[in-house]
Design a protein around this ligand. Structure first.
Ligand SMILES: [Zn+2]
Length: 576
């Protein structure tokens, strides 16, 4: 059944959770006209949804999931066994598809929509591979998207920063956002990826990157300043140095602390850094035998400071595929597991790697990892700081496990059930068994939609106020009649299958089935720059020709290349 797009829509009597507008479980109507939320619409002219006894939230917002681009596609090629495990049959409205941890593009869009998610940020795009990324994003239906170019190990960035040319660096980053149609500045193991080109890595944020005479600290601080100068909607978005190594929690705290004095932007306010999938960066111990959770000191740091947001990178036991731009980390994981793997170098920009991985409850390390993700969310007092719900899809688990993560966050009983089944020696290495916090639906609405939308500077997403995009999820659960601590399974089931998902005012999912499949938009940031910057950008042309296999003129993606681009305009704070 193909659902028509009604001009006016009225959702009646739902129990609404809309934290950005301070609405905590109030029974109310939501009116929609022409894809936006409005004060009211005449009932007789509207398509009416009776949401009595159901929970209404803004559409889910995923701040970090690898869903498109060359590394995702290479992951699909590397894992044929991942394809037959999960097959999406063709329906009247949906295409067929395959893939459990690295699903095909269409399947990705359907599965997010079925859970009530309507926005996904694709977090690590090698700039050189931006075309491929946008091609796949265009083929990922329903949801809106954005993608973050990897800039932390870019040669031009490191050279500008090492020379103290911060304004020129800002101009270059703005040009890269325009050229790749990107949304935010992504750093992965800053400096470490370049070291990996010589078989090395960095061990602290003060190690010097060979040939570039710059340290990770200088790269992180430099790009945070650039972010401020460009007044970008999001902060810098960072995957820390030493990710996935025992004892890495200290470098994570140092990374957060090193930008404490750097101002944010008109969207981010005091915030100057987002540290992503912190589960992988919160390990204690000296080696794998002594590895333990250090979620507590990281949460303490976040509780005491206002310039940081984080997301979980939760681990859910099961089979998945790891993929990051962190070449040395992926190589280390290959050595650890002996699994098949890919390592790749992207010219002057970044590295990458892919390794299949199975998280086992009975593995000491994996059990501790499972606990850390949850501990981070449960120990941070203010959910607007995080830890936002992510699994670093597919690194910690496929995104389809979010309902399971929500279940654990809302129920001590659900956590105890899993704790009984994990490696016994792991229990002493975590704090999870001593935490009795059970999150409310209001807090879950912050961690899964309002919080990440705010962190991303998305003015019309993550809330249901007048003027917001009508991206709405309705779940068949009555928050007044259910005790999530006890009935945690019902909570999980409700989040697995939205009763209704509405995208830009159009019904896209009904009773967990995709009923229409419109194309989502791709948001990108265009920064207005003073004239002198044009010359600065052109001046790198000669060096470019020496370094790249692609010509300078052929590098930028034209705007019309994207199927449904949405340009976010900012104005740089640069001297005229
Ligand atoms: Zn990631």
């Amino acid at each position: 059944m193909a659902e028509k797009a009604p001009r006016a829509l009225l959702i009646k009597n739902g129990i609404v959770f809309d934290p950005l507008n301070g609405i905590d479980g109030e029974r109310m109507d939501i009116a929609v006209l022409n894809g936006r939320i409005v004060e009211d619409v005449p009932e007789k002219e509207a398509y009416v949804i009776d949401a009595s006894g159901m929970m209404v939230m803004p559409g889910g917002v995923d701040i970090h999931a690898h869903i498109a681009g060359s590394e995702v596609n290479a992951g699909r090629l590397l894992r044929p066994e991942d394809h037959f495990k999960d097959v999406e049959p063709k329906t009247a409205t949906a295409r067929s598809g395959v893939g459990h941890s690295v699903p095909s593009t269409w399947t990705t869009g359907y599965r997010y929509a079925r859970m009530g998610w309507t926005w996904v940020s694709n977090p690590s795009m090698p700039p050189l591979e931006a075309r491929h990324t946008h091609e796949e994003l265009d083929d990922t239906p329903i949801i809106d998207k954005a993608t973050y170019p990897l800039l932390g190990d870019c040669w031009f960035v490191m050279e500008f920063l090492a020379a103290g040319m911060i304004e020129e660096c800002a101009a270059y980053v703005a040009w890269m956002l325009w050229a790749t149609k990107g949304y935010a500045v992504k750093l992965v193991n800053p400096g470490g990826l370049e070291c990996w080109g010589f078989g090395g890595n960095v061990k602290s944020i003060d190690d010097v990157v060979p040939y570039f005479n710059i340290t990770p600290r200088e790269i992180i601080r430099g790009l945070a300043k650039v972010n401020h100068l460009l007044d970008l909607p999001h902060t810098i978005h960072i995957h820390t140095n030493r990710l996935g190594q025992p004892g890495n929690w200290e470098i994570t705290v140092r990374t957060m602390d090193c930008v404490r004095d750097i101002p944010g932007t008109s969207s981010t306010g005091k915030r100057s850094i987002h540290v992503t999938h912190v589960q992988f960066s919160a390990f204690g111990g000296d080696d794998w035998a002594s590895m333990c959770s250090m979620a507590a000191p990281i949460a303490r740091y976040v509780n005491m400071h206002d310039h940081v947001t984080i997301d979980m990178g939760a681990v859910v036991p099961g089979d998945t595929t790891t993929m990051t731009a962190d070449g040395p980390f992926q190589y280390g994981l290959y050595e650890l597991t002996g699994n098949k793997w890919i390592n790749h170098d992207v010219e002057t920009e970044t590295s990458s790697g892919i390794v299949p991985y199975h998280y086992r409850r009975k593995s000491l390390v994996n059990a501790v990892q499972w606990a850390i993700g949850l501990e981070l969310a449960l120990l941070i007092k203010d959910p607007w700081k995080g830890a936002f719900v992510t699994t670093d899809h597919p690194n910690g688990a496929p995104f389809t496990t979010y309902p399971r993560v929500i279940e654990w966050l809302m129920s001590v009983k659900a956590r105890e059930k899993t704790l009984k089944r994990v490696n016994k020696r792991a229990i002493r290495r975590m704090v999870l068994p001593s935490i009795d916090r059970e999150m409310t639906f209001y807090e879950i609405a912050i961690l899964t939609r309002a919080g990440p939308a705010k962190a991303l500077g998305l003015e019309n997403k993550g809330h249901l106020g007048v003027g917001a995009d009508a991206d709405i999820a309705i779940y068949a659960i009555d928050p007044d009649r259910i005790d999530p601590g006890r009935d945690h399974r019902a909570v999980r089931r409700a989040f697995e299958r939205a009763a209704w998902t509405i995208k830009e005012g159009r019904v896209v999912v009904k009773d967990g089935q995709v009923v229409s499949s419109p194309r989502g938009r791709t948001f990108w940031v265009h920064v207005e720059l003073p004239d002198w910057t044009e010359e600065a950008i052109r001046s790198i042309g000669d060096a470019w020709t020496e370094r790249y296999t692609v010509s300078f003129e052929n590098y930028p993606i034209p705007k019309h290349y994207l199927a449904r681009p949405y340009k976010v305009v900012r104005k740089a704070r640069l001297e005229a």
